[in-house]
Design a protein around this ligand. Structure first.
Ligand code: MSP
Length: 644
């Protein structure tokens, strides 16, 4: 039996409506929870809202509402949204819940009595937007790096948490537990922050300045600093200290946050837990930011993406798939509807949708809708080799999902899907069907395709739960059985020959790229049509002009980041000879995902020096304002082949 699994999202501030960024984190939490269900684990999924502090108080006043009434409204928007995105939380916590308040006060008292909270006069630089004091060295040009405003100097007496006492312990813990904070770049970020002496943390606000918070149990003239209050939700939700859930799930806690709140989760939270005598969480999983049109989503730019609008236009599973397939967990990603539509058309409608409907249609057409039996040894005899590929796929998937590598797991599933598409193309069932002597061959092809689709349906459960269950229904499987359990996906041959299948369905209709109507924001537009290009006065060239450009196939043999350049990767590409190419794709591709990838290189460009590296060639990619996808070929060919 797999160990229990506890997953949390940040609790979201109630000063703004939910958007794409919140939806991503919550869908990730849902997907990873479903993955642990596949392992047979008992799971607990927590989300909720963070409702205290100046920020919320000010937002409420702006609406002429009491903070609680205001928080009730926005909190409800979050609570109602998640089921619509198929994100089935087990508990929705609000920091205004009496149970949470009790736990916060209990823990404050405990730490106070242990001597790790002290009272002191303090003068500091305070940013109202962040609701925290800044040190000089944290400011950028004297301004808060998040809000771009100079902080106010505030002098007040406050309570402080002796965070500095736990600095060395935290460094040791992170060093001894390599995956405590992952991916590694964020672990390094925290370790590098910890190279400087850690200040103690101011954990109170005088009531004369702020009332909207939890009163300190040992001084009712103060409320608790909102982060100290909010972080404790992760244990209060489990009814710490005596709750059954706390005992079952806390030892297996994993948090998901984006990079914006790395410091409170990577530094404040573990030291708070340590001071309170609570074991620390297992993993902090940190993802990057979704930008829209290369810019941070913001109300003022007007590019805030509404997840429900997208779901309304493109469908829930397509939306979930896009988010998890397009963002490499840990890196930033750029959102565009063009990219979403491309994914729907190529990966979903074309690769998966076609495979599914072709397979089922053939079973209906050639075998009356009944899954045929494959003779023993048929895979080898007819060169199908799907069971072995499936075994490798499930192992690779398991490893990738464990570490939040959704995009890698999905890429592996799609390799398998395309392998099955190839089996259809190569074996040409429509030809086999004409020859009665080929009956065993056709039976084997159809059975193995259906069985391969059973595996795919299971593996898609975390990301596309609806598609996954539609697929299994149409494969004639018993909906009562948890078909997605990994142990069942590791076995080959579970589909029962003789099962009569229901009518086929189309899983994903194609979307006409011309119909993109910017459902949720003003994002990138599709490439102009030839007519539009002409109108815009694109220069026409002669064939000999084109032939001057030498395009060659290449295989990436090494890839690494270019230091101090966020967007650049240095690649070694075999194009018959090994070339160094510097490419601006670091935001979209991780070096390790490129190794072995076939690419197309402009081989006769004059060399250029980029960040001191001589780049000899250019990588072809589809790009609007930024790179959307690398150009590649539809099948593997030797490196160095010329494209004409
Ligand atoms: N209330 C605090 C969290 C307290 S947790 C104890 C908070 N709230 S928030 O509403 O600002 O949510 C921040 C989180 O929302 C990010 O960490 C991330 O999970 C999600 N995102 C918000 N914008 C995002 C993007 N543009 N892209 C990806 N995720 C983002 O911070």
């Amino acid at each position: 039996m797999a160990p229990p699994f506890y997953i949390t999202t940040p609790i979201y501030y109630v000063n703004a409506k939910p958007h794409l960024g919140h939806a991503y984190t919550t869908i990730v939490a849902d997907a990873i929870r479903r993955f642990h269900q596949m392992r047979g684990a008992e799971t607990f999924f927590l989300t909720g809202t963070d409702e205290h502090g100046d920020k919320i108080e000010r937002a409420a006043r702006k609406e002429n509402l009491e903070p609680k009434a205001y928080a009730d409204c926005i909190s409800e928007l979050f609570r109602e949204l998640w089921p619509k995105l198929n994100a089935g939380f087990d508990k929705f916590i609000r920091t205004t819940d009496p149970d949470h308040i009790r736990v916060v006060q209990h823990i404050l008292q405990k730490i106070y009595e242990n001597g790790d909270i002290y009272f002191s006069e303090y003068e500091g630089l305070y940013c109202y937007g962040c609701e925290r004091f800044y040190t000089e060295r944290e400011l950028v040009d004297g301004k808060c790096p998040d809000h771009q405003v100079a902080p106010d100097t505030i002098r007040e007496a406050n309570y402080f948490f002796r965070m500095s006492r736990y600095q060395q312990w935290l460094i040791d813990h992170i060093q001894e537990n390599a995956d405590f904070i992952r991916p590694e770049r964020y672990r390094n970020e925290v370790l590098s922050f910890l190279k400087d002496p850690l200040d103690d943390l101011c954990i109170s606000r005088p009531k004369k300045r702020l009332q909207w918070g939890i009163s300190l149990p040992f001084d009712d003239q103060y409320v608790t600093y909102v982060w100290f209050d909010a972080l404790l939700n992760y244990v209060s939700a489990l009814a710490y200290p005596d709750g059954e859930r706390y005992r079952t799930f806390w030892p297996h806690a994993q948090h998901i946050v984006a990079k914006d709140i790395l410091k409170p989760h990577g530094i404040y939270w573990p030291t708070m837990l340590r001071a309170a005598g609570i074991p620390v969480y297992r993993h902090l999983n940190v993802h990057g930011y979704w930008n829209v049109d290369e810019s941070k989503m913001s109300k003022s730019i007007g590019n805030v993406v509404d997840p429900l609008k997208l779901v309304g236009v493109y469908g829930l599973d397509a939306f979930r798939f896009f988010l998890l397939r397009d963002m490499a967990f840990g890196l930033d990603s750029n959102f565009s509807e063009v990219a979403l539509v491309q994914r729907i058309n190529s990966d979903l409608a074309n690769d998966l949708g076609n495979l599914f409907s072709r397979t089922l249609t053939m079973i209906h057409k050639y075998r009356g809708g009944t899954i045929p039996a494959a003779k023993a040894g048929a895979e080898r005899d007819f060169d199908l080799h799907l069971s072995e590929a499936a075994r490798e796929l499930v192992a690779e998937y398991d490893e990738a999902m464990e570490t939040f590598g959704f995009h890698r797991a999905l890429a592996a599933v799609w390799q398998f899907i395309n392998r099955m598409n190839k089996v259809i193309d190569v074996s040409a069932p429509w030809v086999l069907a004409k020859d009665p002597a080929k009956k065993d061959h056709l039976d084997a092809v159809l059975y193995h395709l259906a069985e391969g689709l059973r595996i795919v349906s299971g593996l898609l459960y975390p990301v596309m739960p609806e598609t996954s269950s539609t697929m299994q229904r149409h494969l004639g499987m018993d909906p009562e059985k948890p078909y997605y359990l990994l142990e069942r996906l590791r076995a080959w041959g579970e589909l029962t020959a003789g099962t009569l299948l229901p009518e086929t369905v189309s899983l994903f209709p194609r979307v006409d790229p011309k119909s993109i109507r910017t459902a949720a924001s003003e994002s990138a537009r599709p490439t102009p049509s030839p007519q539009e290009s002409k109108e815009k006065g694109l220069e026409e060239i002669e064939i000999p002009d084109f032939q001057k450009i030498e395009l060659r196939t290449g295989t990436v043999i090494r890839a690494e980041k270019v230091p101090k350049a966020d967007r650049l990767l240095k690649l070694e590409v075999d194009i018959g000879e090994v070339r160094t190419v510097v490419a601006g794709i670091a935001q979209q591709y991780r070096p390790e995902d490129l190794i072995g990838k076939q690419v197309i290189i402009v081989a006769n460009l004059k060399p250029a020096k980029i960040m001191g590296i001589e780049s000899r060639g250019m990588l072809l990619a589809a790009a609007g304002k930024q790179v959307e996808a690398l150009a590649t070929l539809d099948r593997e060919v030797p490196p160095g082949l010329r494209l004409r």
